[in-house]
Write a protein that binds this ligand. Structure first.
Ligand code: R5P
Length: 311
């Protein structure tokens, strides 16, 4: 039997997934000791059940990660049949290698932590790094939200749209959107200066007089979108942008930053809760149907088929 156990990260998404699967989320309590330590307790039996532990590891990233690992450990010790972590937004995926000799490799450390806590399989949605699968020893299933983003965005797109990757790392995701919409692509040359600042140095491709659809895996501070929009306007693009992003972290003053851009439409998924209201025309697409479908297939021992993200 499928059993959903949810961390506090995306309770509405977890409830909707459970509803789609006609399953009741397992009751549990998450508290805090006075010194800040998390204290989790399953208050319902999960013995022998096929547990899907749903929790994004977005802000507050470390607390969400610990909560997820503790709940995995609790499920394992309660004799769950199998524990699959469903992590729609996988934090720390951007730190998958060292760029200096004194640095850690957090993506690997997170994988080790979850595996040692009892996670036997992981489901993610369009992770930042395709190498996530190689970082884990247990199977990693990547679900893609691209068809949903495309469906949601396409009605408002003019005929002269061009799909734009805001950096080289985003080319594959942008190409998948462009193929689905049968549109041309361009890429912004971006370098990251710090966690909040980026700079651009022109484009690869011809933007002409087209309307850009910026496609990114995540919006964190909004710095990438801001810099890309400016680069596109300097290159002669129309003075409006459409944005499609899988994960909306909206860290710091990202909402204000995005609100200052000439955004015609922003499409994002509910892989993370949005704290505050989006100051531009937007659509928030729920991942619940796709994730419920993925969970159902995995429970039945089937592959993800067209739900899977490749490349
Ligand atoms: C970078 O490689 C990612 O794909 C995103 O472009 C980036 O993380 C977005 O962050 P921010 O909104 O802070 O620029």
């Amino acid at each position: 039997m499928v059993r959903i156990v949810a961390t506090g990260a995306v309770p509405h998404l977890a409830d909707r997934i459970a509803e789609e699967l006609s399953s009741e989320p397992a009751d549990h309590a998450v508290g805090r000791f006075p010194d800040g330590e998390a204290d989790v307790e399953l208050t319902q039996r999960v013995r022998g059940e096929d547990v899907y532990l749903v929790g994004s590891t977005g802000p507050p990233v470390d607390a969400r990660l610990v909560e997820l690992a503790l709940l995995a450990d609790a499920c394992r010790r309660a004799d769950a049949g199998r524990v699959t972590a469903v992590i729609p937004y996988f934090g720390y995926a951007r730190q998958d290698r060292r760029s200096g000799s004194g640095q850690a490799v957090p993506t690997r450390m997170v994988a080790d932590t979850l595996q040692s806590a009892g996670v036997e399989r992981v489901v993610v949605v369009d992770p930042h790094t395709p190498s996530l699968e190689a970082t884990f020893d247990v199977p990693v299933e990547s679900v893609t939200a691209v068809p949903q983003l495309v469906d949601a965005a396409q009605d408002a797109l003019p005929d002269d749209t061009i799909v734009v990757a805001p950096d080289l790392g985003g080319v594959k995701l942008a190409e998948r959107v462009a193929v689905a919409l049968d549109l041309p692509t361009a890429v912004v040359r971006k370098s990251r200066l710090s966690g909040t600042a980026v700079e651009t140095s022109g484009l690869v491709g011809d933007i002409g007089d087209r309307v850009p659809l910026l496609v990114d895996d995540m919006i964190s501070t909004g710095g990438t979108l801001e810099a890309a929009t400016q680069a596109l306007q300097e290159a002669g693009g129309k003075a409006e942008v459409h944005i499609a992003a899988v994960h909306g972290l909206f860290a710091g003053d990202a909402l204000e930053r995005v609100g200052r851009l000439p955004v015609r439409q922003l499409v994002v998924t509910d892989s993370l809760p949005i704290e505050g209201s989006l100051p531009v025309p937007h659509r928030v697409e729920s991942l619940a149907p796709r994730l419920a479908d993925a969970i159902g297939r995995l429970h039945r021992g089937e592959g993800l088929g067209e739900l899977a993200a490749h490349g």
